[in-house]
Design a protein around this ligand. Sequence first.
Ligand code: AKB
Length: 324
Amino acid sequence: MWTCPDIVDFFLMSTKVLIIGACGQIGTELTAALQTTYGALNVIASDIRKSDNDVFADSPFEILDATNKEQIRACIEKHQITDVYLMAALLSAKAEKNPEFAWELNMNSLLYVLDFAKDKLIEKVFWPSSIAVFGKNSPKVQTPQHTIMDPSTVYGISKLSGERWCEYYHKNHGVDVRSVRYPGIISWKARPGGGTTDYAVEIFHEALEKGSYTCFLKEDTALPMMFMDDAVRATISIMNAESSAIKIRSSYNISATSFTPKELTSEIQKLLPDFTIEYAPDFRQQIADSWPESIDDTDAANDWNWSAHFDTKAIVAEMIENLR
Ligand code: AKB
């Protein structure tokens, strides 16, 4: 006789996940979490090249170029994928150095995957947006879900356009696409690359290796931040929520904490009293200045019970303990 757990097991077993861009900062930890949920053999990790992180030894791995529609289609067909997590993207700072490629990667990969969902090749899509969708005229403090959005970076423009496409494909083609706007993500397992919020990870590595850090943002630049465990939990919860609960099909604001480099430094100094910091702002300062300081995530809390677990103090403790 079928019982509830049997049905849940069947649902989990019948889910086959493809992570595109699995070797990045978020993809690496998302791969591990999805392996726990669905079983390693039901998680297909893919990226333009394979990283040597142990997590990729357990699951099938495909070399996949996210700008190549036919390669993605072949991989989906080969593994009978149901859910795609599209994590490949050029982040804010790197995208400013290579705008054409950033647009091609960030936009085309999304449109390909949305098309596959429209054609019923896959059932569900996760695509990350970012606080970079906001701009100089968006309210800076507790930035609301729905407000002025005037991004000034190529990355932000691609994320805002992507959000519009997600909503369009949901409304017009019934595509089950789900998305959150990630703030800066802080983690110790895999390094970030090419973002404006990367300082908040670099600072821990340098604090432990050298005892000092030169920050590329000014000391009073407040930005929204989140620990990786919260980011991965948000990603998996929105994907596992009932479809009817997901009322926003562009992308949800999510929030955990917010701090300046100066505030982060004083929190680090509580555990590493000799740590020192200097400031040498570069082109990333202008990007950070256009972003919110903090985010209102009431809609995510109401619709799918989102709440963060890690505040700044807890993040600092986790980072130092694990990197040590
Ligand atoms: C970046 O800094 O570009 C990213 C982001 C906030 O989306 N971490």
